[in-house]
Design a binder for this molecule. Structure first.
Ligand SMILES: Nc1ncnc2c1ncn2[C@@H]1O[C@H](COP(=O)(O)OP(=O)(O)OP(=O)(O)O)[C@@H](O)[C@H]1O
Length: 306
């Protein structure tokens, strides 16, 4: 077998029954992941589903209770320092030094990653251009806008050219223009440098951009696949109802004897997720509609709430 080929095909992140228990609470429950090289992999789940805990174990920042996480074949619990050399991690709170300039922050982080002074200078220059922050190099980080802080944090995380970027809700605090620019940067890195990007988000329009997604619920992976596949395989169909309120939509479905998973308002529409085999009588005037990732999320979230 061609060993180079098999190395290239090996997942960048691999977890086997990764588990973390806090007291009597299982935050991450036997999680199996295989994240291929160059993928933008979305890690989705409602608040408290265990995403950050799993990420901290993957990055070697928190020891698992049981199970294993590998980054590029390196067991991150056994060799956390080695694993961290091949990954860039950006947490929900960008850990920037407000009283240091943009360039000083980068020089500092470059030092943490073990770059020499010359390497730090060169990389700071390159990354400033890439992050569109060249004109801010001498501005204190504390004086940047939310979007600029976010790009600086991303810049700090990629100084050492990691093969893997792990981003925990990187866009939760920035405006839509900054979010778009940020995602363009991610797509560029995944496309041109084959950087693998593992990202959590609560924005389902961002999930739509991912190559693959894993849904986490109470610490367990309950669904995974590309956005297209997740929609195709969802055990429900989506309809738009003519009613103007969710309660009225629910009442109409009940009156017609149609079982449903969820009825909710989406923009100006009242949407209904119904089991695949449900037959909707014509008098409901329900229009079949194309699923978005937001509908998929609502379906799984609803299942969790029971
Ligand atoms: N150090 C800890 N001690 C005790 N419980 C913890 C600890 N860290 C996390 N938890 C619990 O584990 C569960 C999962 O938390 P986690 O932060 O991983 O979820 P999350 O999916 O990242 O949530 P969010 O979307 O809100 O960031 C939560 O119930 C949380 O309270």
């Amino acid at each position: 077998m061609d060993s180079r080929k098999s190395a290239a095909a090996a997942p960048v992140i691999e977890t086997h029954a990764l588990t973390r228990v806090f007291g009597s609470y299982t935050a991450v429950d036997r999680l199996n992941l295989a994240v291929p090289r160059g993928a933008i992999y979305g890690f989705i789940g409602s608040n408290g589903s265990g995403k950050s805990t799993a990420i901290r174990m993957i990055c070697g920042l928190l020891p698992p209770t049981s199970g294993t996480a590998y980054v590029l074949g390196c067991d991150t619990a056994a060799h956390p320092e080695r694993a961290r050399q091949s990954l860039g991690y950006m947490s929900q709170r960008f850990s920037l030094y407000a009283n240091m300039t943009v360039a000083e922050n980068m020089m500092f982080y470059g030092g943490l990653y073990g770059l020499t002074r010359d390497e730090r200078r060169t990389r700071t220059q390159e990354v400033l251009v890439r992050m569109q922050l060249t004109d801010k190099r001498d501005v204190l980080a504390g004086g940047l806008s939310g979007g600029q802080k976010q790009r600086l944090a991303l810049g700090c995380a990629i100084l050492h050219r990691p093969a893997l970027l792990v981003l925990d809700e990187p866009t939760s605090a920035v405006d839509p223009t900054s979010r778009r620019l940020f995602w363009n940067l991610l797509s560029e890195m995944a496309g041109t440098e084959q950087t693998t990007i593992f990202v959590t988000t609560h924005f389902m329009d961002e999930a739509e951009h991912c190559d693959e997604i894993a849904f986490l619920q109470r610490g367990r992976k309950i669904a995974s696949g590309s956005p297209t596949r997740l929609k195709e395989e969802l055990p429900a169909r989506l309809y738009v109802l003519p009613e103007e309120a969710a309660e009225a939509g629910e009442a109409a479905l009940r009156a017609a004897g149609v079982a449903f998973d969820e009825v909710y308002v989406f923009g100006r529409q009242v949407r209904a997720l119904v089991p695949r085999d449900a037959v909707l009588p014509e008098e409901l005037h329900a229009a079949p509609w194309e699923l978005t990732m937001e509908d998929v999320f609502i379906y799984y979230d609803r299942r969790q709430r029971g």
